[in-house]
Design a protein around this ligand. Structure first.
Ligand code: NAD
Ligand code: TYD
Length: 343
């Protein structure tokens, strides 16, 4: 089988490409990635010389590059490529609309033209908006995105559905909860907390820190995508969740406990506008239809993730030298000097 994986130099894409190449000795992966600030060729270094992996730098919005790759003959497309950070989408939404919506549209059109046998859109539970204290997101929950990021992902999901209904494109959408694990860019909560705690820097917590996310270890997610890719039903949506609901403050405390650092590093900062209060997934559809369930308990996954960041300090340090440094300054220091009282 020949897969076109887009966004395969980012966090989940990197983990997925490696998972697939490890699991299926006869599969080939074409990896198309624009290498934005979030894409990193270092992630793929151990695949150098692997004849079954080919990296192509390019944009999913660029029909000519997508056409060229799909025209070579691919059995399936798995689309991870996206602008993914909610805070950045609040500051500068245009790139989210372009990549997440127009990029998806470009892939769908070309997949349809070449009669690709499977198109899998990797989406997010954030398209459902925010939950109250009870209830869970089901595949039938109405879409109610809050941020420019989640609105652009919801639009892409609807395009996948429309291509299924209109052109019978065998598209499937997965909507997962918050992932964590190796190779996650340190602007997202968990790697940010880990790298700051390792360096005795403040851990910025938005608002009252009681926002809840359902944490999914990235390898459990890769296993779910693999199952949906091979056995999911075209036209369907599958929710994927970790069954690990935790408040951000609890997560920060656990990181500090594992690293043996003081709780005084926790620093409350101004809340994110439109901050969704709670996400939690009902994953019974993928469990009942495909037999998937998450197997990594949160503390075990967190310990593995922390160990990875401890063993890959240079990976983080290299990122922190680049564009990220400006971003971090803008987010937490220059925007409002009172935000991080300790800095
Ligand atoms: P990421 O930001 O780490 O990686 C995104 C990758 O896409 C990067 O390598 C980047 O270079 C690439 N990319 C961006 N724009 C591109 C373009 N126009 N053309 C080609 N490549 C481009 O993201 P991630 O966390 O790995 O997320 C992967 C997917 O999973 C996204 O679609 C995201 O919406 C979805 N998702 C992520 C999470 C999570 O917790 N990380 C949760 C739910 C859904
Ligand atoms: P994030 O990792 O950005 O993922 P998402 O917003 O897509 O869920 O944030 C996870 C949670 O952590 C979310 O409730 C916002 C919060 N958060 C902080 O409290 N501080 C931070 O510095 C960041 C980046 C996030």
């Amino acid at each position: 089988m020949r897969l076109l994986v887009t966004g395969g130099a980012g966090f989940i894409g990197t983990n997925f490409v490696k998972y697939i190449l490890r699991k299926y000795s006869d599969y080939e992966v074409l990896n198309l990635d624009k290498l934005t600030y979030a894409g990193n060729l270092e992630n793929l270094k151990d695949l150098e010389g692997n004849q079954r992996h080919r990296f192509v730098r390019g944009d999913i919005c660029d029909a000519s590059v997508v056409e060229r790759l799909v025209g070579e003959g691919v059995d399936a497309i798995v689309n991870f490529a996206a602008e993914t950070h909610v805070d950045r989408s609040i500051e500068e939404p245009t790139a989210f609309v372009i990549t997440n919506i127009l990029g998806t549209q470009t892939l769908l059109t070309i997949a349809e033209k070449h009669k690709v046998r499977r198109y899998l859109q990797v989406s997010t539970d954030e398209v459902y908006g925010s939950l109250g204290e009870k209830d869970l997101f089901r595949e039938t929950t109405p879409l109610a995105p809050s941020s420019p990021y989640s609105a652009s992902k919801a639009a892409a999901d609807l395009l996948v559905q429309a291509h299924y209904s209109t052109y019978e494109l065998p598209g499937i959408t997965t909507r997962c909860s918050n992932n964590y694990g190796p190779f996650q860019f340190p602007e997202k909560l968990l790697p940010l907390l880990i790298s700051n705690a390792m360096n005795d820097q403040p851990l910025p917590i938005y608002g009252d820190g009681r926002h809840i996310r359902d944490w999914l270890y990235v390898e459990d997610h890769c296993r779910a995508i693999d199952l949906v890719l091979h056995r999911g039903k075209p036209g369907q949506v599958y929710n994927i969740g970790g069954g690990n609901e935790h408040q951000n403050l609890q997560v920060a405390r656990l990181v500090l406990e594992i690293l043996d650092k003081p709780e005084s590093l926790i620093t409350f900062v101004k809340d994110r506008p439109g901050h969704d209060r709670r996400y939690a997934i009902d994953a019974s559809k993928i469990q009942n239809e495909l037999g998937w369930c998450p197997v990594t308990p949160f503390e075990e996954g967190l310990r593995k993730t922390i160990a990875w960041y401890q063993n890959n300090k240079k990976w983080v340090a290299d990122i922190q030298q680049g564009e990220y440094q400006n971003y971090y300054q803008k987010m937490y220091v220059h925007r409002d000097e009172t935000l991080l009282k300790r800095l």
